[in-house]
Design a binder for this molecule. Structure first.
Ligand SMILES: *Cc1c(COP(=O)(O)O)cnc(C)c1O
Length: 524
């Protein structure tokens, strides 16, 4: 009988495989197959007793519906089971180690959830009179102050709702600043080859032309390459630091100077701020605008499309262009909206969203900052970098590093050179990780690295959990090198669903549900 690392048997005996014993229900032991609510619901069923409505004369005439609306009905226990089972299918950082790189899956302490649910924060409405939400505005203003302090920047726009939205706000501020100087002809934005796709997309969306800058063999952008690309048409550079290869851009100060000398602006993608909080301030490095993904750096683990929050900090050169609405502190807290009284020099470029930003995220970020303190936030960055380097150093003898054996920041990047001639691809390796109970790392990004595997453990993982993760990856890596291709090609073997045809799902999605056939008798 084979044993797992904890010495527990991995199979109940050698009497056959799961596939040889399909179940009638499709359930796998206590892992229940959950159908769509439309499949299990019946329109005639309801979890509550609703009294028969009084007869009223319809004023809809011919427009009145003459059939039942067809909504799926469930009994109360069925409704409870349905949603509890769905919640159990979710994999998050509360379930296990989530090594997605470039995304910082942050531990979100329950304290932060408790704070976000305080009625004074959880129940506020964005249309409430300002006099009734003074505390909420004070929180936004205080958080803005902390963000400016941590980044060394004089201004911040709080309303962007995600990193990409913050990028857009920052680049719109740059565009407004150029136009105010009569330099609207500057149309080119420099973007390194390793950039996140949102960078060139943002620049293109507001009419800039994207020109790429190469990275050198050490994985960083060199100032000489930036200088070669500069000219009177260049509006800005968009650079990520630490970059998407997990490496600190060593020439960042020289790059900033070259950009400014050429009359352009320096946009920094701040998604990787988690690696440097309390250690380096982007303002000191010469950055003009940088979004902060609150959901990557200050709690609120993200995924599944939200929620996010992407405040963008701005330098002195861009501070005047902060979009509406913004908070003005006087006797109390006021919101400056379109048509409001502006102070000398203020020229907001417009607005990014209907209201003031993501209140729930603001509260969580604030709770995170207050509970950690300045020393705790610095320690979190140090631990994030330490954990990533522990992983890098523990796997470097088996897996290949594209930029040599140099220290990384908060994520370790491997390529697929070590998988050459094994018959196993990065994708296969990732699928086999699912069998081991790990969400795969970020794969095939950054694009500049062949078969990239970008692993970010985050700071909150204990040494014990990192050691088990490393042992699992080493076991897989050795299996791949041994030629145990079967372990990979069919993986995941133990997941409720195996390999999905993701390309076909994306290209020909089936968006309409059709009623399935009734249950077949087992005997048939
Ligand atoms: C996540 C990320 C973004 C975009 O942020 P969203 O909040 O997902 O919109 C941009 N750049 C990098 C490097 C990122 O990791």
């Amino acid at each position: 009988m084979s044993m797992n690392t904890q010495g527990r048997p991995t199979s109940a005996g050698e009497t056959g495989t799961a596939a040889a014993h399909p179940t009638f229900t499709g359930n796998k032991a206590l892992q229940i197959e959950e159908a769509l609510i439309f499949e299990i619901g019946r329109p005639e069923v309801s979890g509550v007793d609703i009294p028969e409505p009084k007869k009223v004369k319809s004023r809809l005439g011919k427009l009145a519906r003459d059939e039942a609306i067809g909504l799926p009905g469930l009994t109360e226990p069925e409704a409870m089971r349905h949603y509890v089972r769905l919640s159990q299918k979710n994999f998050g950082i509360d379930t296990g180690l989530f090594p997605l790189g470039s995304c910082t899956m942050k531990h979100n302490a329950r304290l932060n959830e408790k704070m976000a649910r305080l009625p004074g924060f959880g129940d506020v409405h964005p249309l409430q009179p300002v006099s009734t939400v003074q505390g909420a505005l004070q929180l936004i203003d205080t958080l803005a102050h902390y963000l400016k302090e941590l980044t060394g920047m004089p201004a911040v726009a709080m309303s962007p709702k995600a990193g990409a939205h913050g990028e857009l706000a920052g680049m719109m501020a740059i565009k407004a600043a150029l136009e105010a100087k009569g330099e609207g002809h500057r149309k080119i934005v420099l973007v390194p080859e390793s950039a996140h796709g949102t960078n060139p997309a943002t620049a293109a969306l507001i009419g800039f032309e994207v020109r790429s800058v190469p990275a050198q063999a050490d994985g960083t952008v060199h100032v000489s390459d930036v200088k070669a690309a500069l000219g009177p048409e260049v509006a800005a550079i968009m650079l990520t630091n630490p970059n998407t290869c997990g490496i600190f851009e060593k020439e960042i100060v020289q790059i900033a100077k070259a950009i400014h000398d050429a009359g352009a602006y320096f946009y920094c993608d701040g998604a990787n701020f988690n690696a440097i909080v309390g250690k380096a301030r982007p303002g000191d490095l010469g950055v003009d605008a940088m979004h902060i993904n609150l959901h990557k750096t200050f709690s609120t683990p993200h995924g599944g499309g939200g929620p996010g929050s992407g405040p963008v900090v701005l330098s002195e050169r861009l501070a005047a262009f902060v979009p509406y609405p913004f908070i003005r502190v006087g006797k109390g807290y006021a919101l400056v909206e379109e048509g409001g009284k502006l102070a000398k020099g203020e020229q907001p470029f417009g607005r990014m969203s209907a209201f003031h930003g993501q209140m729930g995220m603001f509260v969580r970020a604030m709770a995170y900052m207050l509970s950690h303190g300045a020393d705790g936030m610095r320690l979190a960055s140090e631990d994030a970098v330490l954990n990533a380097n522990y992983i890098r150093a523990s796997l470097a003898d088996l897996m290949s590093l594209p930029f040599g054996d140099q220290p990384c920041m908060h994520e370790a990047l491997f390529d697929d050179d070590w998988l050459k001639n094994t018959g196993v691809s990065t994708l296969d390796f990732a699928k086999a990780m699912i069998d081991e109970g790990y969400h795969p790392m970020t794969m095939y990004f950054p694009l500049v690295v062949h078969g990239a595997m970008l692993i970010e453990p985050t700071e909150s993982e204990s040494k014990a959990s990192l050691d088990l993760f490393i042992a699992a990856l080493r076991d897989l890596a050795m299996a791949a090198k041994r030629g145990d291709v079967d372990r990979f090609k069919g993986a995941p073997y133990h997941a409720p669903r195996r390999r999905l045809d993701e390309t076909r799902a994306a290209r020909t999605p089936i968006l309409r549900w059709t009623k399935p056939a009734p249950y077949a008798e087992a005997a048939e």
